[in-house]
Write a protein that binds this ligand. Structure first.
Ligand code: 13P
Ligand code: SF4
Length: 301
């Protein structure tokens, strides 16, 4: 990618100089994902791998909650996010006070929070989950009823697969809530035989029409394993771009939705982050200890 080579060369040199690693989510653009990232994956993989990072500096190419999770698991390392405004509509949909109210309202019912939340929200919960382990986490608690916050659709999609009753919140991902069953019908008509994969943040009616639903890593693994001739990923646009690079034999159909938060991260601001040591991710220690417990409890499963 010659257009990016200046920034790529500078970032590779800065990583060596600062003993830094770049963790990149699957929704990062291909020049970040394939050219400068050291560790890539879904939210669960990024959290797991953050625990074993051997570096002084972590740059999180992703959104703010991911950087907070990396900081929770690496309190003594410098964790940088290239743009502080890289948020998430799910994380915005709930506050720590909301979680405390839910606890009062449903006394004794364990609270599972999706990792797409602030550290303050995680601190009020019993355990975290990601899209890759939500059902496992729900069933690990051994209780008939749980609260799962804040993604209503993820909660409903998991509820369809388990006997555990799930009390949901009304948060939605602004990217995935826009997919509809009609989109899938049109795709199947226009591209006969197409395999449809949907992220579990999509509405349940969309997941019901899909051939497979799973986290971003699970969708990528599915393509590698099943090698469908034609596939559509009902998720953020960069997913198809990144997976297509390694599977040129698969025909990717691309109606997709962009995540404006993920797209705030660029090669230019990753370079600036490493050059100027910005933006430092910090978490109030009192919040951090409780939030870390919820994340570590998830990772221990
Ligand atoms: P994954 O954990 O599946 O990568 O999802 C993260 C996310 O933000 C999806 O919108
Ligand atoms: Fe949040 Fe949705 Fe963007 Fe993922 S795709 S970071 S859930 S807004």
């Amino acid at each position: 990618w010659p257009a990016f080579s200046d920034d790529i060369d500078a970032i590779l040199a800065l990583k060596r100089k600062r003993n830094a690693v770049i963790l990149a989510h699957n929704y990062q653009t291909p020049e970040i994902f394939h050219c400068v990232a050291d560790i890539v994956g879904d939210s669960l993989a990024l959290a797991r791998k953050a625990m074993t990072v051997d570096a002084d500096v972590i740059v999180l190419a992703g959104v703010h909650f991911m950087a907070e999770t990396a900081k929770l698991l690496n309190p003594d390392k410098t964790v940088l996010i290239p743009d502080l405004e890289a948020g998430c509509s799910l994380a915005e949909s709930i506050t720590a006070a909301d979680v405390r109210l839910m606890r009062q309202r449903y006394l004794g019912v364990p609270i599972i929070t999706y990792v797409n939340t602030s550290a303050a929200v995680k601190a009020e919960s019993d355990i975290c989950c990601t899209s890759g382990n939500a059902r496992t986490v729900v069933e690990s608690l051994g209780v008939p009823r749980v609260i799962m916050l804040p993604d209503e659709y993820l909660a409903k999609n998991v509820a369809a697969e388990t006997d555990v009753e799930i009390i949901a919140w009304k948060g939605h991902c602004e990217v995935h809530e826009r997919f509809t069953p009609a989109d899938i019908h049109e795709l199947r008509e226009a591209h006969p035989g197409v395999t449809v994969l949907a992220h579990p943040e999509c509405p349940p009616e969309v997941v019901a029409e899909a051939d497979f639903s799973g986290s971003t890593a699970a969708m990528s693994d599915y393509v590698g394993r099943e090698k469908p001739a034609r596939v559509v990923l009902m998720t953020e646009c960069s997913m198809s771009d990144n997976v297509a690079v390694v599977h040129p034999e698969v025909d990717f159909i691309r109606p997709c939705n962009l995540c404006p938060h993920m797209k705030r991260i660029t090669l230019a601001n990753i370079r600036a982050a490493l050059e100027q040591n910005r933006h430092l991710v910090t978490i109030d220690p009192q919040v951090a200890d409780r939030a870390r417990r919820a994340v570590e409890r998830m990772l221990a499963i």
